[in-house]
Design a protein around this ligand. Structure first.
Ligand SMILES: [Zn+2]
Length: 437
């Protein structure tokens, strides 16, 4: 196996021990980190890279993304201005996702994954929706992730909102992906459900029956993003959205519960009991004006951090999350440790899903690193890491390594052409927009 040595790095490993290694050498065997330390490791290396004192952070993890929305940047506003969450879905997202075909979906995947890679986000847990192009869409995503060297979790949002035929095809696409990718190391297939309020009892029953033939499965679903989801569950005769999912036996330790803004205390206990993972998406929640989950839920549930399609940059999402929350708090009040969400909870979450160690620069972890050309203006010590991570380090890493290989080296993208991906995305965005606006 190829042996690679990275030398002359400052390794910052937030929420790990040690959290800081100066003059660090990182030795990599194949796609896995072998050692991290300030002493030169013994043995022969096939390649040695001198990083000249740059700062390395673990390749970051986006615990909830919608790559299909990559072409929505700058999209014209809907004719009818949405006045609440349900109208935002109906007037914007459900019109856009229905207009996606193979070519525009592919362009979304390429452009969205490229932006993630360029921001040092090397694992993307995606929740996909393109109801007019279903069959093969999850394979296309997995292949595009592979081309860029990223870890991808794939899931197709099942919903009743486009009729029975699309419901069936979406369910089938998830089942096919689970069967196809369960043993693929850098792809993690999940069963995507849009949300409780767009699925009937009959549909939930059908989904549960279909997954029982699989060896292992976990759902990836929006829960209680807006109060309307909880109202719908109560109207259908359940205590809450999570209680409804529990009745249909859909919650387990492999599941991802996205948002959970309005869940009750008993729902928190329910998630703890089933060991399902909650994921928080602060910039999207602020953008949709759906409210803010209480701090204590995040402390109790070891919540992950995602962007819900808003961006590919996790350092920015963490900082925005912190600032949004602060703007709602009074002086001295407790907040949420976004560094813990990003570097500790996301690392555990991704390691559990992918079945291998991901998200830290430590021996035995997959060699995914975001390396920044950053000259600090204040001392970097274990106790000052937080400030440097969220207020110092620039947005874009100069170098990104995944699975032990450089994907970006000294600001140059290797293997793929950004020019080609972006110009195709612009052409596809024009075509996509003209199809539904
Ligand atoms: Zn979402």
């Amino acid at each position: 196996m190829k042996k690679t040595l990275l030398k002359n790095l400052i390794v910052i490993n937030p929420c790990s021990k040690p959290a800081l290694v100066e003059n660090a050498c990182v030795s990599i065997c194949g796609d896995t980190i072998e050692s991290v330390g300030s002493k030169m490791p013994s043995g022969e290396f096939d390649v040695v890279h001198d990083l000249h004192g740059k700062i390395a952070l673990p390749g970051m993890i986006n615990a909830h993304h919608h790559l299909y929305s990559a072409l929505a940047v700058g999209m014209p506003l809907p004719k009818k201005t949405p006045t609440n969450f349900s109208e935002i879905l109906q007037e914007v997202w459900w019109k856009m996702d229905l207009a996606l075909d193979h070519d525009s979906t592919q362009a979304s995947f390429e452009a969205g994954l490229l932006d993630s890679l360029k921001a040092g986000t090397t694992t993307i847990i995606d929740h996909h929706c393109s109801p007019s192009y279903i069959e093969g869409s999850l394979s296309l995503l997995a292949e595009t992730g592979e081309k860029l060297g990223l870890n991808t979790s794939v899931a197709f949002e099942i919903s009743d909102r486009n009729g029975q035929e699309i419901f069936e095809a979406s369910l089938q696409e998830n089942l096919d992906a689970v069967r196809k990718f369960s043993d693929t190391p850098n792809v993690h297939p999940m069963i995507g459900l849009h949300a409780s309020f767009t699925l009937s009892d009959n549909s939930l029953k059908k989904i549960r029956e279909s997954v029982s033939s699989l060896n292992s499965w976990g759902i990836h679903i929006h829960v209680s993003e807006d109060k309307a989801d909880e109202v719908d569950a109560v109207n259908k005769g359940f205590g809450s959205v999570l209680e409804r999912l529990q009745v249909f036996d859909l919650i387990n330790e492999n599941g991802l519960i996205i948002h959970g803004l309005h869940i009750k205390e008993t729902d928190v206990e329910l998630l703890q009991k089933h060991k399902a993972q909650l994921v928080h998406n602060p910039s999207s929640n602020a953008n949709n004006r759906v409210g803010m989950a209480p701090n204590q839920n995040f402390h109790q549930l070891k919540t992950g951090l995602g962007t819900d399609g808003m961006q590919g940059n996790m350092l920015r999402e963490g900082k925005e999350g912190m600032l949004i929350r602060s703007s709602h708090l009074v002086g001295g009040a407790d907040s949420v440790d976004y560094m813990q969400l990003l570097f500790e909870n996301n690392a555990s979450l991704a390691s559990r899903l992918f079945g291998r160690k991901i998200g830290r620069i430590l021996p035995g972890y997959q060699a995914d690193l975001a390396i920044f050309d950053y000259l600090p203006r204040t001392p970097i010590t274990e106790s000052t890491i937080f400030g440097h991570v969220f207020f110092g380090i620039s947005d874009s890493p100069s170098d990104v390594i995944t699975r032990g290989e450089f994907r970006i080296k000294e600001n140059q993208l290797l293997n793929v052409s950004e020019q080609e991906i972006k110009s195709n995305a612009v052409a596809q965005a024009k075509r996509l927009w003209s199809n539904f606006i």
